[in-house]
Write a protein that binds this ligand. Structure first.
Ligand code: ARG
Length: 576
């Protein structure tokens, strides 16, 4: 696809006899389109060229040679050069891209690069809560987007399936198994056993000792303990699966914490050899003060058991060897900022290639707040995710029932709208921001929501069907090479075309910042641009040229929305 930025960067580079790659990264897309489609800020060169930005701008403007058919106008405004792309060209480029087979914006830029994304990671025998939902939604969106750009991407569900609590679960289950029916309501039943055995342990030292012993036996591979552990894990996964099904989410690897139980000794040995491992109150720790972290990382507790952090170190080693990653991302709430700082700092001691250390990144996100405040396990305000998704689907169904009682496949549409609304809400803003969860906002069809995007998509589809053209086969019915670019030069059409043109760039920006909200905001912009166009223009008009151009625009909008929302995990209904 023709890259306007590249054309501009090369032309500027020629005029100044500089390197175009560096200049490319300086080019901005102005917020206000009155300042052009692309802007080049000259102050970034002022130092190097020892000239004022204004002088540089004037010099470039004077010397630059750019094809009129690509850039039709250049303005100089206080140290900036503003470039206006040729209106016909942008239409041509978008038509051309849409006409190619395959999906719009799909790319190969990630070829030969390996990305590992660790997300979701709920804990066995505990509820899947709304924080895990956010991790799942953000991680799944990043996964799909990296893949779409051609990266070799691996998703890992680093399940919390290890730790002393399993010794307790085994003890409780052994004592009371006749009172429970785990198959019926696994998570609640297991939670119940866990709370009960915990209370007993507080009162009875002997039981506590048995629990510790169970965990030790589990680690040593005792068949009875392993069998129970497997049972708890399988039952939990079966429950989690329901949520993953609703979200249409899967993983390449289900290696949880337990997977690393036989891989930690190597880590401990390496750390010992560095001489950094020290004893503190019976525990083995590493002081990270010299790396600017005040809290030491605990490698082994005083009772000799390993920690969550040790397992993460083993996981880094494993992922470096197995996936040879360029980036390893960890999607959790910002509550784990310190944990990952410590782990990444300690990983520097493992003797791994520099690239693996550089590639580590904690993709942290804010809390989900109910209008009544923070949700937390301890305060008992946890909402079970399955309930939440089902409630969203029910609410969507009610709205549909009100608005469009005769709709076909109401259930399926309600599912897409209900789930889409929750997903979009999770991705709507900068991930680090706390999110307020409010039903009326997330399901508002007119707001900046998932349903609004779906609604816009459905509108594009129904317009094209009204024109008696098959949405999925419009290329067979309209000859794209004959679409009149003259009829796509008005401001509303140009606005949409430019947005569509930017789709790939938006996806690249998402990966640069690991920020899916860039794509969510973009989809809202596309939907709004289409609404503005639609409110000002009739699509199905008598004049064939105009009609085809507008149908094309409608189709392209629908395609980009469908693809973009799909990358966020939001599916489009055909009607709603
Ligand atoms: N199970 C953890 C939790 O629920 C999240 C695990 C994140 N991934 C990791 N490699 N530490 O908080």
């Amino acid at each position: 696809m023709l890259d306007f930025k590249k054309e501009i960067a090369e032309a500027i580079a020629k005029s100044l006899e500089l390197n175009s790659e560096e200049l490319y990264s300086y080019i901005e897309v102005p917020k206000d389109s009155n300042n052009g489609d692309y802007a080049f800020p000259c102050f970034k060169l002022a130092k190097e060229l020892r000239k004022s930005p204004m002088m540089i701008a004037d010099e470039i403007k004077e010397k630059i040679v750019l094809d009129n058919n690509i850039i039709e106008k250049i303005d100089v405004v206080s140290g900036y050069l503003n470039f206006f792309v040729n209106k016909r060209k942008i239409a041509e480029v978008v038509i051309d891209e849409m006409n190619k087979n395959g999906e719009y914006g799909k790319s190969e830029i990630g070829k030969d690069k390996n990305i590992v994304i660790d997300y979701s990671a709920p804990n066995i025998a505990k509820p899947f809560h709304i924080g895990h939902l956010r991790s799942t939604v953000i991680g799944a969106a990043l996964y799909k987007i990296y893949k779409y750009l051609g990266y070799n991407t691996t998703s890992v569900n680093h399940l919390g399936d290890y730790g002393t609590q399993f010794g307790k679960m085994i003890e409780g289950y052994t004592m009371w198994k006749d009172e429970y029916n785990l198959e019926k309501d696994p998570i609640n039943q297991m939670m119940d056993i866990y709370v009960r055995i915990n209370n007993l342990c507080k009162k009875d030292e002997e039981v506590l000792e048995r629990c510790r012993n169970n965990f030790k036996k589990l680690e040593d591979g005792d068949p009875y303990c392993v069998e129970l552990w497997q049972k708890f894990r399988d039952l939990s996964l079966k429950e989690f699966e329901k949520i993953y099904d609703l979200l249409d989410c899967n993983f390449d690897s289900w290696n949880g914490e337990a997977f690393y139980s036989d891989k930690m000794q190597e880590i401990i040995d390496i750390l010992e050899q560095t001489g950094k491992l020290q004893e503190s109150q019976g525990a083995q720790i590493i002081d990270l003060e010299d790396k600017g972290i005040n809290t030491p990382i605990i490698i082994k507790k005083s009772n000799d058991s390993t920690t969550y952090a040790t397992r993460d170190l083993a996981a880094i080693m494993y992922r470096a060897r197995t996936y040879d990653y360029d980036k390893a991302l960890y999607v959790t709430s910002y509550e784990q900022v310190l944990h990952f700082k410590q782990v990444f700092a300690a990983a520097e001691l493992l003797g791994l290639d520099e690239k693996y250390i550089k590639g580590l990144e904690h993709v942290s996100f804010g809390m989900v707040l109910l209008p009544t405040g923070k949700m937390s396990t301890r305060e008992g305000t946890v909402i079970r995710l399955e309930d939440l998704l089902n409630e969203s689907i029910e609410r969507a169904q009610k709205i549909i029932e009100d608005k469009n009682p005769n709709l076909e496949n109401k259930e399926e549409v309600a599912k897409k709208v209900g789930v889409g609304a929750v997903i979009f809400n999770d991705l709507a803003n900068n991930r680090i921001k706390d999110e307020i969860f409010d039903w009326d906002t997330i399901l508002n069809f007119q707001g900046e929501t998932g349903p609004y995007i779906q609604y816009t998509y459905v509108r594009t589809k129904s317009i094209i069907e009204k024109a008696e053209i098959n949405f999925d086969n419009i290329k067979g019915e309209i000859d794209f090479s004959k679409i009149s670019t003259d009829k796509l030069q008005d401001a509303d059409s140009q606005n949409i075309l430019k947005l569509i043109y930017n789709f790939e760039d938006i996806l690249i920006q998402v990966t640069e910042k690991n920020e899916p909200s860039i794509l969510s905001r973009y989809l809202i912009d596309v939907a709004k641009a289409y609404s503005a166009f639609y409110n000002a223009n009739k699509v199905i008009v008598d004049e064939e040229d105009i009609k085809n151009a507008r149908i094309f625009l409608t189709y392209a909008t629908g395609k980009v929305i469908e693809t973009g929302a799909g990358l966020l995990g939001i599916q489009m209904p055909d009607k709603m």
